[in-house]
Design a protein around this ligand. Structure first.
Ligand code: RET
Length: 273
């Protein structure tokens, strides 16, 4: 009885220094954070340089939204590496590791609520979309991330964790509808369909990986261990953020006049919808 009591209570009392030490002790996990801190830092420098001569207001807005992605990312990963945004949470009955503590990187879900809207704002502006559709995509992704955070932090009931996960997936569908059904039509009218469709595909495929990793990882059915789960997210982040942003900014830099000329046709596909 004492052993059970100790096991369930003591780790929940971990100090931030102890969480930091647990991260330090897992070299593979720690590397998944620092690889992204380094790449986000390099991306920030590169993107500031790439955007230095952009004059058009819409092109500048795309650039600012895109630059915010690695800026949020470096903060997010610093939160994880320092132990600030990681907690050990005891999983409820029915969970694969019921009664044990799962290392929960809740800072990831929190900061996605800030970074994913920037990705979608940049994509919506590139497609020549209107405020309504951009608003729909941004509110959808914010709700997806916050309900995903709720899924990860729920310790009362195994069923309620998956119910939050289901709600989050419904918000993901809201985002996918705008991204895959509405914006391609706008981009066609705006004349940016080529680059938009490339980024749309990269976004749809990589974003789909996040709920898969959540479901397979320690917080879901616990098939993947914590370091593999974390590397899964880190690799997806590299593709969905830095590679995505580089492709977008390269286009904006080389085609500023096309983006400037597109402002007139803003939301022109609406009459067809
Ligand atoms: C969660 C779990 C609940 C169900 C769903 C999820 C989707 C997450 C996604 C995250 C994308 C993050 C990106 C971050 C870049 O900064 C929250 C994992 C649907 C799609 C692109």
């Amino acid at each position: 009885d004492m052993a059970i009591l100790t096991q369930s209570v003591v780790p929940l009392e971990m100090t931030q220094a102890e969480v930091f030490q647990a991260v330090q002790d897992d070299a593979l996990l720690n590397a998944s954070f620092w690889a992204n801190i380094a790449l986000a830092g390099l991306s920030i420098i590169l993107f500031v340089y790439m955007g230095r001569n952009i004059q058009n207001q819409r092109a500048q807005l795309i650039w600012v939204a895109t630059l915010l992605v690695p800026l949020v990312s470096i903060s997010s990963y610093t939160g994880l590496a320092s132990g600030l945004t990681i907690s050990f949470l005891e999983m409820p009955a029915g969970h694969a590791i019921a009664g044990e503590e799962a290392l929960t990187m809740w800072g990831r879900y929190l900061t996605w609520a800030l970074s994913t809207p920037m990705i979608l704002i940049a994509l919506g502006l590139l497609a020549g979309s209107n405020v309504t559709k951009i608003f729909t995509a941004v509110t959808g992704t914010t709700a997806m991330c916050v309900t995903g955070l709720a899924a990860a932090l729920t310790t009362s009931s195994h069923m309620m964790r998956w119910f939050w996960f289901f709600i989050s997936c419904m918000f993901f569908l809201q985002v996918l509808y705008v991204l895959l059904v509405q914006w391609p039509k706008d981009a066609e009218v705006a004349g940016t369909a080529g680059i938009f469709n490339t980024l749309k595909l990269l976004t749809a495929v990589t974003w789909f990986g996040y709920p898969v990793i959540w479901a397979l990882g320690l917080e879901g059915v616990a098939v993947l261990d914590v370091a593999v789960t974390s590397w899964g997210y880190s690799v997806l982040d590299i593709l969905a953020k830095y590679i995505f942003a580089y492709l977008l900014l390269s286009y904006v830099k080389a085609n500023e006049s096309a983006i400037a000329g597109m402002a007139d046709g803003l939301g022109a596909a609406d009459s067809a919808n």
